[in-house]
Structures are given as structure tokens and as C-alpha cells.
Ligand binder design. Structure first.
Ligand code: URA
Length: 220
């Protein structure tokens, strides 16, 4: 697919998704928050779910966490127009509660189709929900952040790069520092082709961090 075809296909899919009634979140939403950015992005971010502002504006990461995401991108010489940003859930959960397993299951075909159409090299997952969904593994973000891993999503192999969720880092300076350090590796990861065998399929047990209790919290 060339650039024009890809943009058209993504636009058409966004239109279809705007009428989605696959789960009960359709009843409470202002609108579906499909995602935004470049249809040709090499780098895609996947967050958790729209919050109040995203639901109002129809664009992901427009609140405080979004401002931090913009700053982090700026730190590696990128803007939102260079990347594509989406969420595990396309509709806001009431009161910003955690996504429920049945909501994730209902919504995941949308995310997988987005990845299939955009064909990014690198998918950076923000927080636990996106990381667990796309890695297919239960290890929480505190253990796996900063470790890239090759995953096969549909017909495509991408490099998955788990990061702390910016909303979690907003109020925890030590976590922000780690997020900045992990972010700083993104340019080098983008230069690395997925064909190269450098990224381990499995994170070696020796480097897996111990799982703290806080990992049960959604954002960590
Ligand atoms: N947090 C997310 O995970 N996604 C958004 O779009 C906004 C905040």
C-alpha cells in the first residue's frame, strides 16, 4: 500500500469505528477516540483509554499526560505528526476506571487493524494494559519497561517497547526519570531493523526485574 492508499484505508476504518457498538462503553461516550498522527508512522504509541478531555475532543492524549508525551517526543526530536498515537480502548470508561477484560477483548480488533494498516516498525506501549495485551504476557510494566521484544501481531513482526504510562510518571519524579531514559533509546531502536536478530524474543530471566506489589495498579 502506498501512502495515499494507506491514509484512505485508515480514514475509512476510522469512520467505521466511529459507529462501534461492540461493548457497553458506546452508551456513555461522547465520541470514539480512534487515534491520531501519521498513517505512515514508523513509531506508534499505544496508551490505555481516553479520559475526559480525549472523550470531549476525540483525540488521544490531549490532557496532562498528553502534554508530557509531547515533551518526551520533543526530547528525541519528534512531534505528534511523526508518530501515531492510539489506545487499547477507543471509548472512555466511566470515571476513568480501568478497562475491563471484556472491553479489551471487544476493542482489540480495532487496535490490531490499526497496526496492520499503519505497519509501524516500533510499537511503544504506555503502561500495563497495552503492554500485557500486545506482549501476550502477564509481566507488568515495572518489570519489562525499557526492554524491547519482537512480537508477531497478525502477519507482521514489530519491535514492542514497553514504557511507563506518562500519567503515572507525572507525579512520580523517579518514574519520570526512568521514562525519559527509556524514551532516549527510541531513536536507536527505530534505526534497528526487525530483521536483525539483536532483539531477544524472550526477555532473559536474568534481567527481569522483580515484580513489586504496585504492579497490580493499572498504570504501573
Ligand atoms: N491516557 C491514556 O491512556 N490515553 C489517553 O488518550 C489519555 C490518557
Amino acid at each position: 500500500m502506498d501512502t495515499v492508499e494507506r491514509a484512505a484505508a485508515l480514514r475509512q476504518y476510522a469512520e467505521e469505528t466511529s459507529m462501534c457498538t461492540r461493548c457497553a462503553l458506546a452508551n456513555g461516550r461522547t465520541q470514539v477516540v480512534f487515534g491520531s498522527g501519521s498513517p505512515d508512522a514508523e513509531l506508534m504509541f499505544v496508551g490505555e483509554a481516553p479520559g475526559f478531555h480525549e472523550d470531549q475532543q476525540g483525540v488521544p492524549f490531549v490532557g496532562q499526560a498528553g502534554k508530557l508525551l509531547d515533551e518526551l517526543l520533543g526530547g528525541i526530536g519528534l512531534t505528534r505528526a511523526d508518530v501515531f498515537v492510539a489506545n487499547v480502548l477507543k471509548c472512555r470508561p466511566p470515571g476513568n476506571r480501568d478497562p475491563q477484560p471484556e472491553e479489551i477483548a471487544s476493542c482489540e480488533p480495532h487496535l490490531f487493524r490499526q497496526i496492520e494498516l499503519i505497519q509501524p516498525q516500533l510499537v511503544a506501549t504506555l503502561g500495563n494494559f497495552a503492554t500485557k495485551l500486545l506482549s501476550g504476557k502477564p509481566a507488568g510494566i515495572t518489570r519489562v519497561h525499557g526492554y524491547e521484544q519482537e512480537v508477531t501481531l497478525g502477519a507482521r513482526t514489530v519491535l514492542l517497547y514497553p514504557l511507563y504510562h506518562p500519567a503515572a510518571a507525572l507525579y512520580t519524579p523517579s518514574m519520570l526519570k526512568v521514562l525519559e531514559e527509556d524514551f532516549a533509546r527510541i531513536p536507536a531502536l527505530l534505526d534497528r531493523s526487525v530483521e536483525e536478530p539483536a532483539a531477544a524474543d524472550e526477555i532473559p530471566a536474568a534481567v527481569l526485574r522483580p515484580e513489586p506489589e504496585s504492579v497490580q495498579l493499572g498504570l504501573f
